[in-house]
Ligand binder design. Structure first.
Ligand SMILES: Cc1ncc(COP(=O)(O)O)c(C=O)c1O
Length: 432
């Protein structure tokens, strides 16, 4: 195994060997498996993190961009948030009855999020999107869900992926996919399922920005067909704009879900929505969890939202995110590599084309390998936090430029594959 030769990550792979035999998939979060990063040429285990940096067990430091896959919006180990949590710990944080802080957070959310009139606090994004779909089905009395994109790991969301074993096949008929920025594909879902669609769920913005009033048109089409509109704002929420994409684009859904950046990494999510809809179903739906009122995450969320608002963190994230995106596109162009940095500044993505015999995945793997080796974790979904600095961005773009130069040279010489020190990364799953 090539990682054995790679001394830089020796301790990481000693831990990985144990993890592989102990954990289903070797990890708790699939995207954290080295198989999907660059197996053998990436770290696998992180010892500690502070601000925009993290350190692996071999003592290597990285400027981080995945930021724990999005939640770390202020920075790792952010003192103001953690101090508030510590204070709460001393009073207990999970009681036999509810606590005033739950109300405080709900009022804050209703103040910030345009569609929020009533709230349900949960723990993960998957729980929140599943709760939203259940409410939509209960409210409309219909069962089909029109889906665009990733919404978590629950049955209804993975049924149309290659990782759908263990999910009843009968669910396939209840989930119908449509494409982003393709209103006709949504119309086809309604045509195929007349009078049966309970909800349309989508990320208001993901890899691409809405074109030709796509969000307004989706909202109108959903309403015309008696389906509820659900915005999955697990990523956009509190990042693209304090009030999410619904605030940024001025399109208000019936229900929406938030998580990730809500508490700077503490586990919490929320389903929010129209009060009449929630009131109509609340006696008949079952959505309840032991940890919904956990005060560690609630305290962290109140403090995080307060800081996001007070320090105008969203403006900072958009500014630095644009600097990173522009910088990466500039060095891609300079080195004449067939790749692009896409996405709005709150989350950007690097996309690599196939070139001759070299697949895009191969090129992407070499890019990540090279950046990680120089201490920058780029090319795995880029999130900016309040702790990243202009210097971090400039340094990262310089490192990326070196990696693109190496890729150009390797493509010209036809020896790209021989430069890979580990395995070519693969996808967590494919959609069909
Ligand atoms: C858009 C979107 N929705 C839902 C989820 C699921 O959230 P969680 O992993 O917290 O269950 C994710 C997770 O990445 C996501 O990106």
């Amino acid at each position: 195994m090539s990682n054995k030769q790679n001394n830089k990550y020796r301790k990481s792979y000693e831990l990985w060997e144990k993890a592989e035999s102990l954990f289903l998939n070797g990890v708790q979060t699939l995207s954290k498996s080295p198989k999907y990063i660059t197996f053998g040429s990436c770290p696998t285990y992180i010892d500690k993190a502070k601000g925009a940096y993290m350190w692996d067990y071999d003592g290597n430091r990285y400027i981080d961009y995945p930021m724990a896959l999005g939640p770390i919006v202020l920075g790792y180990a952010f003192d103001e948030v953690d101090d508030a949590v510590k204070e709460q710990i001393s009073k207990g944080f999970l009681y036999s009855l509810s606590n005033r802080l739950e109300i405080e957070l709900a009022e804050l959310l209703c103040d910030i999020i345009p569609s929020a009139e009533k709230v349900k606090l949960l723990k993960s994004g998957s729980e929140a999107t599943s709760a939203a779909v259940r409410i939509a089905r209960a409210y409309t009395g219909k069962e089909v869900v029109a889906v665009c994109g990733y919404h978590g790991w629950h049955d209804w969301t993975v049924i149309r992926t290659t990782r759908n074993h263990g999910v009843p096949a009968s669910l396939k008929d209840l989930v119908s996919e449509f494409k982003y920025n393709d209103l006709d594909s949504l119309q086809r879902v309604f045509d195929r399922n007349p009078g049966k669609v309970a909800a349309v769920i989508l990320e208001p913005v993901g890899m691409y920005q809405p074109e030709n009033n796509f969000l307004e048109n989706v909202a109108a089409l959903a309403r015309k067909n008696g389906a509820l509109l659900i915005f999955d704002e697990i990523i956009t929420g509190f990042r693209l704009d304090l009030g999410g994409a619904q605030s940024y684009f001025s399109v208000t859904p019936d229900l929406s879900t938030f998580g990730k950046s809500m508490a700077n990494g503490y586990p919490i999510s929320v389903l929010v929505g129209n009060r009449d809809i929630m009131n109509a179903v609340e006696d008949n739906v079952f959505i309840s969890s032991t940890y919904g009122g956990d005060l560690l995450s609630i305290t962290a969320s109140i403090k995080t939202l307060e800081i996001l608002k007070k320090k105008k963190v969203n403006d900072y994230i958009l500014l630095l995110g644009k600097k990173l995106k522009d910088g990466l596109n500039e060095v891609i162009k300079k080195n004449n590599v067939s790749a692009v940095c896409e996405g709005m500044p709150h989350k950007t993505f690097l996309l690599f084309d196939d070139v001759g015999d070299c697949s895009g995945k191969m090129i992407e793997t070499l890019f990540r390998q090279e950046c990680l080796e120089k201490g920058v974790f780029l090319g795995y979904g880029q999130f900016i936090s309040f702790s990243h600095t202009e210097n971090d961005i400039e340094h990262s773009v310089d490192i990326a430029s070196d990696a693109f130069a190496l890729i150009r040279e390797a493509l010209d010489r036809g020896n790209l594959q021989s430069l890979l020190k580990g395995e070519i990364s693969t996808d967590v799953f494919k959609r069909y």
